[in-house]
Write a protein that binds this ligand. Structure first.
Ligand code: TRP
Length: 336
């Protein structure tokens, strides 16, 4: 089994290329990735095969994939030290996914709650790809024998399925796959919608005021934060249940300034939401502006992106095919 070198851990994660990431994606996951990448051997993929489960205009799919790749570079992930690539550039993902389909029970796949939710959301296009999506995700993971996989709460069930499939496969054929663990590290913040603070912040929300997009201008960011839903108490303290709006803004402020909730409560004691929101807006702008500038620089350099993606795909393929060949041999394909 090809695994990480020395005592560095191999960490793998993928991100869907379904649109410009939000402040929620950034504070919840991406921001931790750069730190994680400095300490581990990281593999980051843009899940463009997964993106096909919803209908896209071809030009949009291509543009979003390139943009998501540029965001990964803008975060400070190093394409030399880590493997950063697009899923569709390494055919082994689709190949292993097919094989794993045959080791996944229909009932087991039917239990995936995201499938149930998404098939309600996209009732006009409930394709089989949406159903087998978690099995492709299992292939993404198992091809690389990662030690840890950082995933959000919504992907925990899929990671669990990947573990079950791997355990089942190993039970039949011997030690082929490393059983992946969820990433245990600095947990990202859960950032909620600015207009409906009980829901997760989502880029697919039709109300654009509900999320801050990483490409929003400073002005747009400030407007959105200032119009965020709060409550009528006019007191800044953390209570996720009674004051979800204020608590969400406190989470955001805390992430951007490094201050804890007690310090924030002290800072705004006796002050109204106007002062508080203005401070949150400034902190978010200060956090996102340099990232956006870096992103714009990178996304304008298509030759650089292409070169990085090509190298990334080559490095990923080397690892992936080692695993796939082993799997193909184990299941009994005639190899010449
Ligand atoms: N399904 C994940 C998401 O929507 C993206 C993903 C695809 C992924 N393949 C993966 C995440 C492998 C971790 C590991 O967020």
């Amino acid at each position: 089994m090809e695994t990480a070198t020395e005592n560095r851990k191999r960490v793998l994660s993928f991100v869907q290329s379904s649109g410009t990431p939000t402040l929620g994606n950034y504070l919840g996951a991406f921001r931790n990735w750069a730190g994680m990448a400095a300490e581990n051997d990281c593999i980051f993929g843009v899940a463009d095969l997964h993106a096909l489960t919803v209908r896209n205009a071809p030009a949009d799919l291509r543009r979003r994939s390139i943009e998501m790749y540029a965001w990964l570079l803008a975060l400070g992930l190093d394409p030399e030290k880590n493997i950063i690539f697009l899923q569709s550039h390494v055919p082994a993902h689709a190949q292993l996914a097919w094989i794993l389909n045959c080791y996944t029970a229909f009932g087991e796949a039917s239990r995936m709650t995201q499938f149930k939710d998404k098939s309600k959301q996209h009732a006009d296009n409930v394709n089989v790809g949406l159903f087998t999506y978690p099995i492709l995700m299992a292939a993404d993971i198992l091809l690389y024998n990662p030690d840890q996989v950082p995933v959000g709460d919504d992907q925990k069930q899929h990671l669990e399925l990947a573990r079950d499939i791997a355990t089942r496969f190993n039970g039949i054929y011997g030690d082929v796959f490393k059983i992946p663990e969820p990433y245990i590290g600095k947990k990202g913040a859960r950032v909620t919608s600015l207009t409906d603070p009980e829901k997760k912040m989502s880029k697919s929300d039709p109300n654009v005021k509900s999320f801050v997009s990483l490409t929003d201008t400073n002005d747009q960011i400030a407007k959105k934060i200032k119009s965020a839903v709060t409550d009528s108490e006019a007191a800044v303290y953390f209570d996720a249940e009674k004051k979800p709006g204020v608590s969400n803004l406190m989470t955001i402020y805390s992430c951007c300034t490094g201050r804890d909730f007690a310090a924030i409560e002290a800072e705004f004691a006796g002050k109204g939401y106007g002062d508080f929101k203005a401070a949150v807006a400034d902190a978010v702008v200060a956090e996102l502006e340099p990232l956006r500038t870096e992103y714009e620089r990178i996304v304008g350099d298509k030759a650089y992106i292409a070169a990085c993606a090509k190298t990334g795909a080559e490095k990923a393929a080397r690892l992936a095919y080692r695993t796939l060949n082993k799997v193909m041999k184990k299941v009994g394909f005639y190899q010449v």
